[in-house]
Design a protein around this ligand. Structure first.
Ligand code: PCA
Length: 322
């Protein structure tokens, strides 16, 4: 080869490598306007900026790329390099994924954060075995009961068509004698419109996102638990990045975690106001309803510990000492 052409080609290859762009997909199951999704979009922008455009992460909101229960496997198999999951959706695979879905084990932001710290080493280890990195988590606002008719106790939920989003929310329905049907958020509005759902437990955020106030007029603010979304990264895809991009991703993830937890707390109050403005009555639960739901929580914790064994017990013990 002509010497000059050789040098020119080498320079070209070098600059192509220097400007090589990596494109990643990040499926999520919640709408673009949801606070988790807004936070993730900001995360993707932060990564773009910090890597000078080298790592482009496209956020696919609203279960457009993968349905909620499929996202974890998509990240594991590398069909998506990243993904956001609701951890409690995966409790049947491994009990630890469902710990933050137990009623009244951790029922405030402070408690939920502590529970996360207690769970984290086990979560990271399990996911690492599956070729997945846990980049960050953010808690949903506290969970309350949406229900068509006013309720004074759990007895009033007997026979009601109840939407579940996880094994635990289906179990609550069984324990109060409601009829559970599993519907993810992306299909919830339609399920309410067609009368398939008369009640469900979730946050003010989801009630607002799905326009629940058009179908259901009562929200009982039980503040029963704060389940977390986890943002996952395929480890092979991560390992293929240069060190600077890896650092940028981790830094943006840590920022998103901090920002997300603060946002969740702040927006919770805004969502409850928005629900009221749209015709929802936000009730404090009666003493009887509280007692009934606490009892459900006690039963579920016992069931949980039976299934999760020593590993589950150790994490609950660690949490209680925090
Ligand atoms: N919203 C999600 C999960 C928890 C929450 O607050 C949902 O209802 O699907």
């Amino acid at each position: 080869m002509n010497h000059k052409i050789g040098i020119a080609l080498a320079a070209l290859t070098l600059s192509a490598a220097a400007f090589a762009q990596t494109k990643w997909d990040l499926p999520t199951a919640y709408p673009a306007s949801n606070f988790h999704t807004e936070n993730i979009t900001q995360f993707a922008n932060d990564v773009d900026k910090a890597t000078g455009g080298k790592l482009k992460i496209t956020v696919h909101a609203n279960a457009a790329l993968f349905k909620a229960p499929e996202i974890k496997r998509a990240v594991q198999g590398g069909q998506a390099q990243m993904g956001e999951i609701l951890l409690v959706n995966y409790q049947n695979e491994w009990q630890m994924f469902g710990l933050d879905g137990l009623p009244f084990l951790a029922d405030s932001y402070d408690a939920a954060w502590k529970l996360y710290q207690a769970q984290k080493p086990a979560l990271e280890k399990k996911l690492a075995e599956q070729g997945i990195m846990l980049l960050y988590t953010v808690a949903w606002p506290p969970q309350g009961i949406y229900v068509k008719k006013e309720i004074a106790s759990a007895d009033d939920l007997k026979g009601v068509k109840w939407r579940a989003y996880s094994p635990a929310t289906a179990r609550i329905a069984e324990l109060v004698g409601a009829q559970p049907v599993t519907v993810q958020q992306a299909e919830l509005s339609q399920a309410m419109a067609t009368g398939v759902v008369e009640a469900y437990m979730s946050s003010g955020s989801t009630g607002y996102d799905t326009k629940t106030y058009e179908y259901i007029k009562n929200f009982y603010d039980t503040q029963a638990w704060l389940p977390k979304n986890g943002v996952l990264v395929n480890k092979k895809a991560f390992d293929a990045l240069d060190k600077a991009s890896q650092d940028a991703l981790k830094k943006a993830g840590a920022d998103a975690e901090k920002r997300g937890w603060e946002l969740s707390k702040k927006k919770n109050l805004e969502y409850l106001d928005l629900l009221k403005k749209n015709g929802m009555t936000v009730h404090a639960p009666s003493a009887q309803l509280k007692t009934d739901m606490k009892k459900v929580g006690d039963t579920m914790l016992k069931e949980y510990l039976d299934k999760a064994g020593a590993e589950g017990q150790a994490v609950v013990d660690a949490y209680r000492k925090m």
